[in-house]
Design a protein around this ligand. Sequence first.
Ligand SMILES: [Mg+2]
Length: 414
Amino acid sequence: MESNATILIVDDAQYNLKILSNMLSNQGYKVIEANNGIDAIALTKTHIPNLILLDIKMPNMNGYQVCRSLKKDAITHHIPIIFISAIENVEEKVEAFSMGGVDFINKPFHLIEVLARVETHLRVSSLQAQLLEQTRMLESQNVILKKQLSTLTGFDWSLHAEIQTAIELDQMELFYQPIVNFQTNQLSGFEALLRWRHPDRGVVTPIHFIEIIEATELIYSVGRWVIETACKQLREWKGNFPDQQDLTMSVNVSTKQISEFNLVLYISEILDKYEIKPNCLKLEITESTVMGDQDRTMQILHQLKDLGVQFCIDDFGTGYSSLRRLTDFPIDILKIDRSFIYNGEWVIVKAIASLAFSLGKEVVVEGIETLEQLEVLKKLFYLSLSSSYGQGYLYSKPLDCLGVVQFLKTHQVF
Ligand SMILES: [Mg+2]
């Protein structure tokens, strides 16, 4: 970012303007110049430079006056100003800082020093801007969270506390349900599913607790734990089963998690840490995430897509989607909701699949329980079997880690 920055140089001495301008231009900066205070203020307002090098001693309007004027203006007050002057007097230097200057360079200046100071202050200023943006985002998320909490009727605080304790005691666990390709009948990957191994109640499915996790800040820590645990497992299985290098891992991600601070960085670090090929990680999002009108969601999905991860829309067909969104968002896979299979609504299944295939996307059919259902699906999808996958009890229920290892040893082709 810094090397694309625009720098305004203000000096009444033409010679100084020229050498500073040449040096900074040679470094790739965009340079604008002013040889008096009035022009400097006008140029700052029209060009909003990223940094200003400002001479103190100038006729008519000196550097301090220019600085004071810019610091008073809401549009220009954030721009870092480095004073340049032959002044040796300490009081005057102190005054430069009290005016809002960020640094001071003595004349005659050394180009290398000017460059180092310019780079440092551009970096500081860019980090400050990022921090400000993230703080704004966190504040708005807090407002949403508080609203959600207050509108949640009968929020179960004791269950919330119980879940917190369960997390601390490592009672949360991932189970993995196999996903199988229709053409090869081979295992393609797993969907990671959260479970709570409750000391008294046994294995509890998320339907009993996910609402509380998603409504509170727990979603961020649990969400990250799920992503890391699933990737770590995938790495381990690929290490132990050398013929399973293309195995994929699908992870459910909520709308709130998508807008979490640094999610993109987090995922890219996890992929590096466990040496997972990005296209082996599939993030399952819901129709409501895609339908949210936030530009930020779109931006983050595209950043994740740039990493190379894949996106599935989960439970497709049960929510509200616009077809436009399906093409705007970087979606790779539609997961057809289990209810259509359970109810034998084959016309809908066929329509969703045709839509997916004609948009160049793949399909995963959820909730396949019987051979008859599989036969119907294979007939419906016969032209695109290689892009079609199934998931459900017919292949396997969700398995714990030991179950997966057993499964990988015995059930690689159906
Ligand atoms: Mg899912």
